[in-house]
Write a protein that binds this ligand. Structure first.
Ligand code: SF4
Length: 58
């Protein structure tokens, strides 16, 4: 699974609240790729919850 954050991220923090093992938000969300394995379900949940659809899961 490959997770990227688009520039449209508004830094709302929702992804981190849903899946804090993978997402960390300062000004914008950052992805801790080494933690994706085993957290796929919450990554998908965070992608679905992002208000600006900035999380791309491939
Ligand atoms: S939920 Fe979306 S807009 Fe909010 S911080 Fe995460 S990637 Fe950015």
């Amino acid at each position: 699974m490959n997770v990227t954050i688009e520039d449209s991220c508004i830094g709302c923090g929702a992804c981190e609240s849903i899946c804090d093992a993978v997402f960390h938000v300062e000004d914008k969300a950052e992805v801790n790729s080494s933690n994706i394995a085993g957290n796929e379900d919450c990554v998908k949940e965070a992608a679905g919850a992002c208000p600006v659809s900035a999380i791309t899961v491939a």
